[in-house]
Unconditional design. Sequence first.
Length: 371
Amino acid sequence: MEKENHQNQNRAITENGGRMRVQSQSSIVSRIERLRAIGGLKSRTHHQSEVPPHHASLPRASVLVPLFEEGSSSELHVLLTKRPTHLKSHSGQVCFPGGRQEEEDGGDDVQTALRETHEEVGLASDCIDPICRLATMESVNGLCVTPIVAYLKEFQMEQLVLCQQEVEAAFAVPLSYFSEERNCASKEEIEWNGHVFVMRTFFFEDSASGRTFKIWGLTAAIVYQVAQIAMLDEGEFIDQTLTEAAKETTDSSKTTKGSLMRLLVSSSGKSYWSKRFFVKSGDNMLHQYDSEEHASRKSLSATKKNRLPISDCQVSAPASMDQQTQEYTFSVSVLGGRIEWTLAASSETERSKWIAALQQNTLEEMNDLKN
């Protein structure tokens, strides 16, 4: 039933548009340039200092995240493939073109992605414009995977020549599909080698083939990250989500609560991220607890070091997702910056909700000016 509901929702969004707007050429260029600004391609391979310590010793691999303009809709799409069921590794799963780094690649992450793409779907490197390189990720089979985002120049799906041994099917999805949280069939936080990973699952009904594809795991994490960076117009989206969040917090007695990651420092001076449960109370205090259960037991009696007065706080946030944590970070400071908490939410919408709650008075003044 869950799958069927998302198929219907997928169909409605695709046919009716929704927020998946028909884009002009200039809009596509701006999205590509937003991704290009991430950079990372001056050197074709990650320096050791750029790779997280827990990835440094792993065998390397690269995947290509191919973006292109779909002719009939003038909308940015992402190319995905489905592996045959006879393969031993990731059998039958949806993925990006890519694979292990070979000696012939010379340690070049981009070259690995281009070589694998040519082998799997027949695209030559001269029609692929690498845009940026995302932070490395660890796969379930212990590979350090580098996503290379690229733009396919004057591309048509008919150009593909699939390697039948490695690729069963290829299909395209509007990138904007992954920027909509409502298209996510399920989302759960799992711990992987000591790090929290958000596992998302999407079901996409491909009108061209009549098939429904399940997109999940590392592939979903990568394409979701790319969509969050490329598809969300900073001015329009942030203004909309902050306004909606402000409406939810207009009652000064309303409590905002939920799980966030917080950047902490160990006794040895090492920084690390840890999941905590936060409650913003009506008396303009932000309380931190170890868990939701702990919060319910303690009510609003967090210890002094775990509560922050926010009546006159300053909140700052970068424009895009943190590449290392795959989270949306923001900082809350009080007393002229002498005390600062660095937090992270799992989505742009969730972060905007918290910013609106923490800066409620400021947002109300902004809304008054607009009205």
